[in-house]
Design a protein around this ligand. Structure first.
Ligand SMILES: [Zn+2]
Length: 168
């Protein structure tokens, strides 16, 4: 790291500490030439490239706003949405890329949203994938029907305690 004071091309780390819940690291550095100290900060990058070409940091809040709208009136609670936004961020980070197209964020939302609520998914997909006709909806619904049901069928073997009572 180049010294911002004398432009010397090396600096020494004198202190390093995690900040913001460990999602960032701040380092205190010292220039061996002019002995000035300065700080640097390291964060895991995840920037979104908007359609305009501008980039902005990924925001879970923006994901939440989008899915919350699609889930209006649906039996989905806020905790589910927060978890979904977290999954979306994990999916995007797991690509290892520092910059991701906004379109990809939309695509990363589709799969967990489908698991959460199929109606909300259809609403979201219709906007995101530019459904233009009834046929688009029909095609998507056919796909949903073909998917293995996501309903959690708990095959819990409940042992019925039929003869637990002691007969006197
Ligand atoms: Zn220096």
């Amino acid at each position: 790291m180049i010294c911002p004071f004398c432009r010397h091309d090396d600096s020494r780390v004198v202190d390093s500490r995690p900040v913001e819940d460990g999602t960032q690291i701040r380092r205190r550095r010292e220039c061996p030439k002019c002995n000035q100290r300065f700080s640097t900060q390291e964060v895991a990058l995840l920037n979104i490239i908007k359609r305009s070409g501008a980039t902005e940091p990924f925001s879970r809040e923006k994901v939440l706003v989008g899915v919350r709208k699609a889930c209006q009136g649906r039996p989905v609670n806020e905790d589910d949405l927060v978890l979904l936004a977290q999954r979306v961020e994990e999916t995007l980070r797991s690509t290892g890329q520092a910059e991701i197209e906004a379109q990809e964020v939309g695509m990363a939302i589709l799969s967990p949203l489908r698991e959460l609520d199929e109606v909300a998914y259809l609403r979201y997909a219709s906007v995101y994938r530019n459904f233009a006709s009834l046929e688009d909806f029909e095609g998507e619904i056919a796909l949903l029907r073909a998917l293995p049901s996501s309903t959690k069928e708990t095959n819990s073997t409940t042992n019925s305690p039929a003869d637990n009572r002691l007969s006197i």
